[in-house]
Design a protein around this ligand. Structure first.
Ligand SMILES: [Zn+2]
Length: 289
């Protein structure tokens, strides 16, 4: 089944909802970054939440989410333009921790809790919007939920999950978000709390073949789906962009790359594509600056 995201409204409960399936795009990320299971779970949860958050905005603004909790996974980043395409990476893809009691992937241990979740939204204005909140558990879903409350004053339920098999392949990935509208009542809130309390893990539901729409219908039987968007893991890097990046490091640095390394190689951190630049190309770049 293709990866996609749906957006919807539940008028009877005064909330808006989002749900997505990201299994294939996470599998592509896993192969490109050689992610071990806990790293897969962390990046998958983060990309699902980021894609749903980007779907909350009407225009295709660029959204960059960065999480660093001081844990062994290091800095994690996900970038999307709200067009269904996302790219992302983690500092150390080779982390694997499980909780002793449940055997579940220990995302909170890998990510850590001594740090922040930062969201930068570039709407093409002079100053991009930037919101930063302290991490709560490092389990990603809780951290996004806290972000919506603290930074956007929107009470939200965020559920994101990933299942990995014993060969490290991605079995399922996705999630849902429920956001209360300002007119929500106490009854609406208790209805949602009651429904969510013993709700099955979203990764298990996706693995069983439930679609994003079906998962939302398990919570609200009268959900009205308003939009659907296909999702992809793609990188927009190019040789030209890498040359632009090189031109910002200064003539001196470029000259030392020629003298000491006789050229240079740049690896895109989002997709691991390697770009080689010869001595001659670097010299041309210096001449142009
Ligand atoms: Zn790339």
């Amino acid at each position: 089944m293709k990866d996609y995201l749906v957006r919807g409204l539940v008028n009877s409960k005064n909330c808006r909802v989002f749900a997505c399936q990201t299994t294939n795009l996470l599998e592509k990320a896993r192969q490109e970054h050689d992610l071990w299971p806990t790293a897969s779970a962390a990046l998958g949860r983060m990309m699902s939440a980021t894609l749903m958050m980007a779907a909350m905005n009407k225009n295709n603004e660029k959204m960059t989410v960065t999480i660093n909790g001081g844990g062994p996974i290091g800095t994690m980043m996900a970038v999307t333009r709200g067009d269904g395409h996302i790219k992302g990476f983690v500092g150390d893809p080779h982390v694997h921790y499980t909780y002793n009691d449940t055997g579940h992937l220990a995302v909170g241990v890998a990510v850590g809790t001594q740090g922040t979740l930062q969201v930068i939204r570039d709407m093409g204005l002079k100053e991009p919007f930037c919101g930063t909140v302290p991490l709560q558990t490092g389990e990603i879903g809780d951290d996004f939920s806290y972000y919506f409350m603290a930074s956007e004053q929107t009470p939200s339920v965020v559920s994101v999950g990933v299942l990995v098999d014993e060969t490290n392949e991605i079995l399922s990935s996705g999630g849902f978000i429920i956001q209360l509208l300002p007119e929500a009542t106490e009854e609406d809130i208790s209805y949602i709390e009651e429904k969510i309390k013993d709700f099955p893990a979203v990764s298990s539901l996706i693995h069983e073949g439930k679609t994003p729409e079906e998962i939302l219908k398990m919570i609200f039987d009268d959900v009205e789906i308003t939009d659907r968007q296909d999702l992809f893991f793609t990188c927009d890097c190019s040789r030209e962009k890498m040359i632009n990046a090189l031109s910002t490091i200064g003539k001196q640095e470029l000259q030392s790359m020629i003298d000491e390394d006789h050229g240079c190689e740049i690896t895109c951190q989002f997709c691991n594509t390697k770009y080689q630049f010869s001595e001659e190309e670097l010299q041309n770049l210096i001449n142009r600056l």
